[in-house]
Write a protein that binds this ligand. Structure first.
Ligand code: S3P
Length: 444
């Protein structure tokens, strides 16, 4: 299905009915809450769970592993089985398009010791898995990827009495998926698991595991130390904050659409995730944050965003990791900013749901935005007017689809985003929310 987007007068209003509207729950936290609850003992209650394509992949896998769960509205209830209580699945676990699902499950299955095969869509089969396979093997996990180092991943299991090896590992990428995979495996090790990252990635897993009774600490920003589990993880009772990565689309939409003023409530503000906010502020964005303290160990707040003239900025180094999912929509902000924006040190973008450097360059070019590709990033020549008037394709990438829709809100001519149903992978309410704010967007 395609989405048509037309130039929009202004986006306004508080989302939903009244002051306490929440965005859909955070995707990273939803994955973790579902999986970690399954590894705990007891009933978990997770409110504001994100019900979307990628989280359904995780839930389906949990069912195949014998975990009972139910979703009532957005409240997920999970009956934990304990680290060693998962059942051997009858078939390969289909992780769909979700790299978080496959990489986190690999760690959980390594800890549980059961044999299983992890697989997924054609798109997922292209994503690199050596980054988890190599360190898992160092920990003593019998795991075999395809010849290309991708899914399917075959875990052959191990006898219950054999623990995994205590390890000190230096990770090649700053990746919370890799870190979480290894922390989960480390729960079943015979001593400490020490991980060194090249840059600090999001620390949701550390926070959640600690809340569930695991002994995990961060002596500095680049090191995590986990002790093996002495007693079962305790069940979760948790409200998930709104997804900052979903909020990001609405933030940029309001910034580039003249006359807009939008308030997003209860957005997760984990500092490992808010790099886009800092970058937009540097570009001159009028965004006010009302902090609301912490909820179950995760910071959150309200964001009040007003249309603003933006200017170009350079992004590199650690900031890249803090906004790793936001580059597609950041590129849209840069396209409407005065001057040349440059992104470097972002080669990881080539290994996401699409090669986000070349896909972005190709699609923005169709809209009339001059983009230059670099091996590790891109440069964008910003302009106040962008022609639009073209069909663009999201390359099977949910974030690229939403970013192109956002771009079309302020182009001179309407934009058609092809195969936009990919949006359901992470933010099924996106078009409803945008329409509710006054955005001229419709399915055709
Ligand atoms: C995620 C980590 C990031 C991010 C992904 C979700 C997570 O991936 O891109 O959308 O939940 O841990 P990497 O860890 O591969 O950078």
């Amino acid at each position: 299905m395609d989405l048509m987007v037309a130039s929009t007068q202004k986006l306004c209003g508080e989302l939903g009915n009244g002051a306490r509207f929440n965005l859909p729950g955070d995707k990273s936290l939803s994955h973790r809450a579902a999986l970690f609850s399954a590894l705990a003992l007891g009933h978990s209650n997770i409110r504001n769970f994100l019900d979307s394509g990628v989280t359904r992949a995780m839930l389906r896998a949990l069912t195949a592993l014998g975990v009972e769960w139910s979703l009532q509205g957005t409240t997920l209830k999970v009956q934990g089985q304990g680290l060693r209580g998962l059942c051997v699945p009858e078939e390969a676990l289909n992780c769909g398009n979700s790299a978080t699902t496959i990489r986190l499950l690999a760690g959980a299955l390594a800890a549980s010791g059961i044999p299983a095969v992890l697989d997924g869509s054609a798109g997922l089969r292209k994503r690199p898995m050596e980054r988890i396979v190599d360190p898992l093997r160092e920990m003593g996990v019998p795991i075999q990827p395809s010849e290309q180092g991708t899914a399917p991943l075959v875990l052959s299991g191990r006898p219950p009495e054999r623990a995994l090896l205590s390890s000190e590992l230096t990770l090649a990428q700053a990746s919370a998926q890799v870190k979480t995979c290894l922390l989960l495996a480390g729960l079943a090790a015979d001593g400490q698991t020490i991980l060194h990252e090249p840059a600090p990635s999001r620390d949701h897993s550390e926070r959640m595991l600690r809340a569930m009774g695991a002994n995990v600490h961060q002596p500095d920003a680049l090191t995590v130390i986990l002790e093996p589990l002495q007693r079962p993880l305790t069940a979760l009772d948790m409200d998930l904050p709104g997804d900052f990565s979903a909020a990001a689309f609405l933030m940029v939409a309001a910034l580039i659409t003249p006359g807009s003023e939008v308030c997003l409530n209860n957005v997760g503000l984990n500092p490992g995730r808010t790099g886009l906010l800092d970058t937009l502020l540097e570009m001159g964005a009028d965004i006010r944050t009302e902090t609301l303290g912490e909820q179950n160990g995760e910071p959150l707040g309200n964001l009040i965003i007003k249309h603003s003239p933006l200017h170009a900025v350079n992004v590199s180094g650690d900031r890249v990791v803090q906004m790793i999912d936001e580059f597609p929509v950041f590129a849209v902000a840069a396209a409407y900013a005065k001057g040349t924006t440059q992104v470097r040190d972002a080669q990881e973008l080539r290994y996401k749901e699409s090669d986000r450097i070349s896909a972005l360059a190709a699609q923005l070019d169709r809209l009339g935005v001059p983009v230059r590709e670099h091996p590790d990033g891109f440069s964008i020549e910003g302009a106040l007017q962008i022609p639009g008037g073209a069909s663009v394709d999201c390359a099977g990438d949910h974030r690229l689809a939403m970013s192109l829709v956002v771009a079309g809100l302020a182009t001179e001519q309407p934009v058609r985003v092809k195969n936009a149903e990919m949006i359901n992978e992470s933010f099924p309410e996106f078009t409803d929310v945008l329409q509710g704010m006054g955005g001229k967007v419709s399915w055709i």
